[in-house]
Design a protein around this ligand. Sequence first.
Ligand code: SAM
Length: 216
Amino acid sequence: MHEDERGQLIERLRRYGYVTDRKVLEAMGSVPREEFLPADQRRLAYQDTPLSIGKGQTISAPHMVGMMLDALELRPGMKVLEIGTGSGYHASLMGYLVRPNGRVYTVERIEELGTSARGTLERLGFGDVVEVVIADGTEGLKEHAPYDRILVTAAAPSVPQPLKEQLADGGRLLLPLGTRAMQELVMVTRHGDEYRRQELGGVMFVPLIGKHGYRD
Ligand code: SAM
């Protein structure tokens, strides 16, 4: 039943133009979103809506996940940093897309969410490609820098300086920027010491909380 619903959702994302990359559609068609949800939310897994994952946090709507993956243009072998593991769903899809030889490091500040996501990722066979780190992601993850792609899945007041520094030359950093109530999805591309910005439209994410984000 979940497989039928998943197939229908993916077909809608394709038809309405949210996702164009064939590999992104393939990844979203393969990874079971329901496995990343608390039991009481699973029946809603294939509605195109954000859902609660506990601790006041959410898993983003599938169309938003797909749009962000499309914009990142992930390829096998890339090294990726995600800030905001949440359920681990987005990280699993990125793991799917950077295989073989790629790596996804995903950072979560809430220990309970990070631990649960790590368990789900291992159970679904992503333990070899995705590593969950529990820390303040606004500091980035210096030990594995530079990253070809950085994805932030919580809204920041400004681009955290450590993330700019840890982005590879030619790399892309995608993040929601703005106030807690009004945000825009922004793609930052690095060209040496120059960072170019492209605005991709209005979005609504939970706040990025940390040293280079919002205060708790
Ligand atoms: N990508 C997630 C998924 O697939 O389920 C959804 C992420 S949810 C919209 C945003 C997450 O960012 C929350 O789990 C929140 O705890 C986390 N977060 C907020 N500030 C953070 C920070 N400074 N470092 C790491 N994670 C942070």
